[in-house]
Write a protein that binds this ligand. Structure first.
Ligand code: SAM
Ligand code: GLN
Length: 300
């Protein structure tokens, strides 16, 4: 049997289905072929990847085998696994995702961690998550801090529907206030913290993005002008004292190589603010933190 030939048996064992899936995905140039084949088969069989190996020699029913084949074909065409399964893990929770939203990235967990640290000791904080997408940041913060409320905004009505599903799924819908609108426009009361993972991919960088990202993820979630800084600049320009409570802060995820520039922009605009840059687990400057120590004196 050629590796990419579909197994002849009507009830092929797990082992042969995996072998077929891995080679079909390798042939399609998918770097994570083995992992993806395992994840897709485990999903169809309703088991974990580890359990798959305990069932290595068990045969699989015709209908399940056909379903698996369909999923592998979608992956081979480049569709991300998270869209195929309709979920992605973020900060230990499963989020529903589809093509209306960016797939949450592990590096964004850094922004969540910094937000939780900054909000320690602030009772009943109010947070704004600008460009909430799947709701990954907003829902996680609300789930981690039961006394926290969050205003989660997006320009995409479809994204807000996905965020609503996730807020309901994680039992925080009563504390996640979803609003449609551009940047800070939907905010009508001062918040303790503004967090945002805005689109930050520039025109040049777009050419270097993986094919799956460009083909499948929403462009309005990715691109922001020639250098990728258009929306961050606009957010800075529109930030008013009335947006933040005294001692409030802004946390922004930034693109590869953007850290210094965003820090400089913030320092120029608010010379009195305390601005910091945090690296992610890969050592990349990823989150810019701006602390307004005394906004009453007009630095914001
Ligand atoms: N917060 C999610 C996360 O971290 O996974 C999604 C981040 S995604 C990079 C950026 C989001 O910002 C998208 O959902 C997009 O629709 C939204 N967006 C784009 N332009 C916007 C704007 N002008 N105002 C508000 N949201 C915007
Ligand atoms: N991190 C995303 C990527 O890898 C970009 C997300 C964004 O623009 N905020 O392409």
């Amino acid at each position: 049997m050629r590796a990419t030939e579909w197994p002849a048996s009507p009830r092929p064992p797990v082992r042969l289905l995996l072998q077929w899936g891995v080679s079909a995905l390798r042939e399609a140039g998918i770097e994570t072929a083995r992992l993806d084949a395992e994840v897709l088969l485990a999903d169809v069989l309703g088991c974990s990847r580890a359990q798959l190996f305990a069932r290595f020699h068990d045969s699989v029913g015709r209908r399940e085998a056909a379903a698996y084949r369909g999923l592998v074909v979608r992956r081979a065409r480049g569709e991300p696994v998270a869209y195929i399964l309709g979920r992605r893990e973020f900060y230990g929770r499963a989020f529903y995702v589809d093509r209306r939203v960016l797939i949450p990235r592990p590096e964004t967990e850094l922004l969540v961690e910094r937000a939780l640290t900054l909000l320690e000791g602030r009772p009943r904080p109010l947070v704004a998550d600008i460009g909430t997408g799947s709701g990954a940041i907003a829902v996680t913060l609300a789930a981690e801090r039961p006394d926290l409320r969050v205003i989660a905004t997006d320009v995409s009505a479809g994204a807000l529907e996905v965020a609503r599903l996730n807020a309901e799924r994680h039992g925080v819908a009563d504390r996640v206030d979803l609003r449609l609108g551009h940047l800070l426009e939907p905010l009508d009361e001062p918040v303790d913290l503004i967090g945002a993972n805005l689109p930050y991919v520039g025109t040049e960088e777009a050419k270097r993005l993986p094919r799956d990202v460009v083909q499948y993820e929403p462009h309005e979630a990715l691109f922001a002008g020639p250098e990728g800084l258009a929306l961050i600049r606009e957010l800075f320009a529109s930030l008013q004292p009335a947006h933040l409570k005294p001692g409030g802060a802004v946390l922004l995820e930034v693109g590869y190589g953007h850290g210094r520039e965003v820090v400089n922009l913030a320092c120029q605009q608010w010379p009195q603010a305390n601005v910091r840059l945090h690296k992610d687990l890969a050592g990349i400057e990823r989150v810019v933190e701006i602390n307004f120590l005394s906004p009453a004196t007009g630095e914001v």
